[in-house]
Design a protein around this ligand. Structure first.
Ligand code: ATP
Ligand code: MG
Ligand code: FE
Length: 348
């Protein structure tokens, strides 16, 4: 089957076509198009929901045309249409769902409402070396930080999650304190690479919940700790570029230390030997390197989505729809639609 996917839960509009490879049976991306609203929201220091919804409306049809052209697939060959039904911004979700349901209705094709996190979770299956089931998933995005046991498509067990801020949020909020704009995660990571290791070692930041014995996280305290350091540096004069870089690296290390330790603990606890990373923070180079080393040490395998598929995109939604379809989840008849701004993955 060929599945069209539409993502519009936050500030990326994504459209993609996926199918199963005729020879290997593995999922394959036929084409995709993506528009990020990051530049539009940057002026406000965060996503403005109403602007997001309006921009999704403007972008989605041209992106569909672009995707069909890139894949060289006529619309009539699409077998089902998947879209993000939640969680996310209600208005933004409504644009994608209304578009997908209307298109499916016009084409007389079924629809597959997809859970956004299931899309993130399954996105590493589009990589050239996809993981086999079962595996532990570390889902680290802008809104979520979760460890899950993934037994099969649709069979997810929550092992632990953040009690407050997500890892991506911790990156973004501390980046803002360092004057790095929005969303600051990638900029903070880039700045951290220029840091003086000696100076970084002198900065003591907390590793929240590191020894809690469970698989829960907490990142909200980290930004307070960084704020204290920033204020102290400012009191002594200006916050120098050298100090900003060192603080960036110290923050990155603190976040990554906890993510890696808890991932290893999840492998130990479940007895599984495969770790799959998904979500925007999965693009972080230091996290990737540290996880590779940690997994090598315990003879476990670690898998990542391709860099371009870490943050939101249509391909992961099309993929989740396709894999659900193949696994026997019944597709819906197109027509009425509803979105679920709040929706635990366990209920998907
Ligand atoms: P959710 O999926 O939970 O609803 P989201 O869709 O906004 O949230 P993603 O698109 O998966 O989240 O990821 C965005 C987050 O990833 C942002 O917080 C961003 O700062 C972070 N991020 C992206 N690249 C990097 C990087 N290289 N280093 C650190 N963080 C990064
Ligand atoms: Mg985004
Ligand atoms: Fe996301």
């Amino acid at each position: 089957p060929i599945v069209l996917g539409v993502e519009s839960s936050c500030d990326e509009t994504g459209v993609a076509l996926v199918t199963l490879d005729a020879v290997s049976g593995a999922p394959r991306l036929l084409g995709q198009a993506l528009h990020t609203q990051v530049a539009m929201h940057a002026a406000y220091g965060g996503v403005v929901p109403e602007l997001a919804s309006r921009d999704h409306i403007r972008r989605v049809v041209p992106l569909l045309r672009q995707t069909l052209a890139a894949a060289n697939v006529p619309l009539a060959d699409v077998d089902a249409i998947a879209y993000t039904a939640g969680p996310g911004l209600a208005g933004a979700l409504l644009v994608g769902s209304a578009f997908a349901e209307a298109l499916a209705f016009a084409l007389d094709k079924p629809v597959l409402p997809v859970h956004h996190l299931e899309g993130h979770l399954l996105s590493p299956l589009l990589a050239s070396q996809p993981p086999a089931f079962p595996f532990v998933a570390l889902l680290v995005s802008g809104g979520h930080t979760q460890l899950m046991r993934v037994t099969q498509v649709g069979d997810y067990e929550l092992l632990g999650e953040t009690l407050d801020d997500a890892a991506g949020e911790a990156f973004d909020k501390t980046a803002k304190l360092l004057g790095l704009g929005y969303p600051g995660g990638p900029a903070l990571s880039k700045l951290a690479e220029t840091a003086d290791p000696g100076l970084v070692a002198e900065i003591k930041l907390p590793r929240p919940m590191l020894h809690s014995g469970d698989l829960e996280f907490s990142f909200a305290g980290l930004k307070t700790a960084v704020l204290t350091k920033v204020k102290a540096a400012e009191a002594e004069g200006a916050l120098s570029d050298v100090m900003r870089a060192a603080l960036a690296a110290a923050v990155e290390q603190a976040i990554v230390d906890v993510l890696v330790a808890k991932s290893v603990q999840a492998l130990r606890q479940t007895g599984l030997s495969r770790l799959v990373v998904a979500g925007g923070v999965g693009a972080n180079r230091y996290l990737r390197q540290t996880l590779v080393t940690a997994c090598q040490r315990r003879k476990a395998e670690v898998y990542f989505p391709e860099l371009g598929l870490c943050t939101d995109n249509g391909a992961m939604i099309a993929l989740a729809g396709l894999l659900r379809l193949v696994a026997g989840t019944p597709a819906k008849t197109a027509g009425g639609f509803s979105v679920k701004p709040r929706w635990p993955l366990i209920d998907a």
